[in-house]
Design a protein around this ligand. Structure first.
Ligand code: EPU
Length: 334
């Protein structure tokens, strides 16, 4: 375990903002954190858990302890004729894990290729893309309960997975340090080609590595690479609206796209709302909105995350004024 004091988070967040943390603990073994918690009296309300920082916006210096996992390892826990259960350390890089599965012909998560971040962060917001969500492959999640300092385990059902949401993002936010995740993957193709750009493929001729390649191509054409443009992917969630609101917007916009979700509600692309409100490609020199995808806020040259937060609030107000829909951030604001 490595302990650092008063250090910059610049290289630990994909927006590239330059805020500091009072303390940073880099953990490569669960036992080290348990020992630390048992032998130090710390203010547990001042703990922030950070993966690779690809879904977090720091808006000021952090006056507490940041916990960062470097727990590694991919281990086969169980193997059957048609599936395999892998236990993966929370500090593994997500896309390297996907690549490992694709090379091993373990099917299921190939549509989640190139999503930035760590394995430990993946269940927190139930990462999803191109018709697939991680919740359908998580067996269980293990972590250190920061109030009891003990290892605890949550079954898939106990994780309370929803669209971009879970128990870990709500009640257990910064209260559970995830150490490993177990995934069930399949040995036979389970391709999900429901996303519009993938419908053209013939399932019988497709291979898992071809699908990964295609996903990487689609993703790279729509979303900016955080290593060259500070961003955190989708900044907002896609909101759900009721039929009344749907009809109101539909009657004024022939190009309005939406899809039905359970409970007689409709999910609408936040990107469409932001683009229609005129924000796509906006820049004030410091921060802006990506010109190829309106859901992505970009840090051009701001040292403080406060400028991104300000832009996000301005966009939220404007979309609300124009459509009566309040957008909700997908990114964690600290
Ligand atoms: N659209 C616009 N303007 C734009 C971009 C998109 O109007 O600038 C409209 C189009 O009508 C398009 C629709 O929005 O058909 C949906 O766009 P897209 O397929 O890119 O998906 P999204 O709903 O904007 C979600 C996820 C992405 C994920 C894609 C693909 C959320 C918040 N975002 O975006 O996830 O990659 O679907 O499955 O659910 C992320 O979470 O960081 C992320 C990138």
């Amino acid at each position: 375990m490595l302990e650092k004091e008063n250090i910059s988070l610049e290289n630990m967040n994909s927006f590239g903002v330059v805020h500091k943390t009072k303390s940073l603990l880099i953990i490569d073994k669960a036992a080290d954190l348990i020992n630390f918690l048992n032998s130090n009296s710390i203010d547990k309300s001042k703990i922030q858990i950070l993966g690779e920082g690809s879904n977090t916006l720091f808006t000021k210096d952090y006056e507490g302890i940041i916990l960062h996992s470097q727990i590694k390892g991919i281990e086969i826990k169980k193997e059957a004729d048609d599936s395999v259960i892998l236990k993966v350390g929370s500090g593994e890089n997500w896309d390297e894990f996907v690549e490992f599965c694709v090379k091993s012909n373990y099917f299921g998560i190939e549509n989640l290729s190139l999503i930035p971040g760590s394995v430990g962060a993946a269940p927190i917001q139930n990462i999803g893309a191109y018709g697939v969500e991680i919740k359908d492959f998580v067996e269980n999640v293990t972590g250190i309960d920061l109030s009891s300092n003990e290892l605890v385990n949550y079954t898939n059902e106990e994780c309370e997975f929803r669209y971009r949401d879970s128990l870990f993002k709500k009640r257990l936010k910064n209260k559970l340090f995830i150490t490993s995740v177990e995934f069930r993957l399949y040995k036979n193709s389970k391709f999900n080609l429901s996303y519009k750009d993938l419908e053209k493929f013939d399932k019988s001729k497709l291979t898992i590595s071809k699908l990964r390649e295609e996903i990487i191509k689609i993703r790279s054409s729509k979303l900016p690479d955080p290593s060259s443009k500070g961003n955190a992917g989708s900044f907002f969630k896609n909101p759900e609206i009721d039929k009344l609101k749907l009809e109101e917007i539909k009657s004024n916009n022939i190009d309005f796209k939406y899809f039905e979700v359970p409970g007689k509600m409709y999910k609408v692309p936040a990107a469409w709302l932001i683009e229609k409100a005129g924000w796509k490609g906006f820049s004030d020199g410091l921060v802006g909105v990506y010109d190829k995808h309106a859901l992505v806020l970009i840090n051009h040259s701001s040292e403080s995350g406060g400028n991104i937060l300000k832009l996000s609030n301005t966009i939220k107000d404007d979309v609300y004024k124009k459509f009566g829909i309040m957008l909700e951030e997908e990114v964690n604001i600290v």
